[in-house]
Ligand binder design. Structure first.
Ligand SMILES: Cc1cc2nc3c(=O)[nH]c(=O)nc-3n(C[C@H](O)[C@H](O)[C@H](O)COP(=O)(O)OP(=O)(O)OC[C@H]3O[C@@H](n4cnc5c(N)ncnc54)[C@H](O)[C@@H]3O)c2cc1C
Length: 317
């Protein structure tokens, strides 16, 4: 079967869940090979990648690959595209992944698809475009297909493979070394998962009513192991930080479960969440547009519904 390259996303040497999703997806398209860029590769990382189906793991462990922002990763992948002639390259549709994808497309004179929520036979990718108003199926027709896939698009499933390690040395161009990372500051990480990667997101909108009331949303998120999101009405009101805004001018999320509480479902909000697998809406207005989108809707006051839901979920733990 043809080789599919998967660029590994990792934090402190730990393979991120989105990579396991991409390996799972790659197995349906060909034979996955993971590509590790930078130092920190370990036996644990190798075992994880093999567990999820990587037949091969290309390791470019040089510090240079990680120290010059994204350009070296694109050069590394371009080198591998040249030497291994894979039938596709999959990256995570994260900010970094999408930039790598764009650069790689230019370097290899290939077509690129970003924000795919699935890839099927013939490397046909599914995308939700125009603010989520249209679903399209597209295929790259030039060069090596490069596809950036949104986190949570595929449920990760193990299928052990060889995970044969192959060291790669990459000769970086001067252009790739134009910007060097001089300092890394670790962001204080809360206990909640990262918004764009979370399998469950609980979001609150204007209906939450105040910054203090957001604890109702946070409590449900915590009992579900979810990330917290917010509508722009809530972030503009200063009730929740802007970095948690979901929508056209905020983050795009594609979780397994999205719970929208006190959110009307404006098109700009939908643009950031409507590829969620299951959408639950809690709104006191039965005519709220969010119900057109929801798989499950609760008409009621969120201040009553959400605490009860939190309590019930808590009992099951
Ligand atoms: C260029 C542009 C970009 C934008 N980008 C974004 C974006 O990225 N993200 C985004 O979210 N918005 C964005 N917006 C704003 C968007 O148009 C809406 O104004 C916004 O999404 C509304 O937020 P909301 O649903 O929380 O508030 P509202 O539309 O005011 O809805 C509040 C909802 O809460 C319900 N409610 C009230 N009280 C309760 C209660 N106690 N219990 C249950 N339900 C209750 C109401 O029935 C109502 O449906 C953008 C707008 C523009 C013009």
């Amino acid at each position: 079967m043809s080789e599919i390259l998967v660029l590994v996303e990792q934090a402190d040497g730990e393979v991120k869940k989105v990579t396991l999703e991409l390996l799972t997806l790659a197995r349906t398209l060909g034979t996955p090979s993971a590509v590790w860029a930078g130092p920190g590769f370990s036996a644990d990382a190798k075992a994880k990648l093999a567990e999820y189906g990587a037949e091969k793991v290309y390791v470019a462990g040089s510090a240079d690959v990680a120290d010059y922002v994204v350009a070296p990763k694109a050069e590394l992948l371009a080198q591998l595209v040249g030497s291994a002639s894979p039938s596709a390259v999959l990256v995570a549709a994260t900010a970094e992944g999408k930039e790598v994808a764009g650069r790689l497309a230019v370097k290899t004179d290939s077509g690129v698809i970003t924000d795919a929520v699935g890839v099927g036979e013939g490397l046909v990718a599914d995308q939700s475009i125009f603010g989520g108003g249209v679903n399209v199926h597209s295929r790259v027709t030039k060069g090596t297909p490069i596809i950036a896939v949104r986190p949570n698009s595929t449920a990760p499933a193990p299928a052990p493979a060889a995970g044969a390690e192959e060291e790669v040395s990459v000769a970086l161009s001067d252009a790739a070394k134009a910007s060097k990372i001089v300092e890394r500051v670790k962001q204080e990480k809360g206990a909640r998962p990262e918004l764009t990667e979370a399998a469950i997101v609980v979001s609150g909108g204007r209906g939450v009513g105040s910054a203090e009331n957001f604890s109702v949303i946070e409590n449900l998120a915590d009992v579900l192991g979810a990330a917290v999101g917010a509508s722009r009405a809530a972030t503009d009101a200063g009730w929740y930080p802007h970095q948690f805004q979901v929508g056209q001018t905020g983050k795009t999320v594609s979780p397994q479960l999205y719970i929208a509480a006190g959110i009307s479902g404006a098109i700009q909000h939908r643009a950031g969440m409507q590829t969620a697998k299951t959408i639950v809406a809690i709104n006191k207005d039965p005519e709220a547009p969010i119900f057109e989108l929801a798989d499950f809707g609760v008409v009621g006051d969120l201040h009553q519904v959400v605490p009860q839901l939190t309590e019930e979920v808590g009992k099951r733990k």
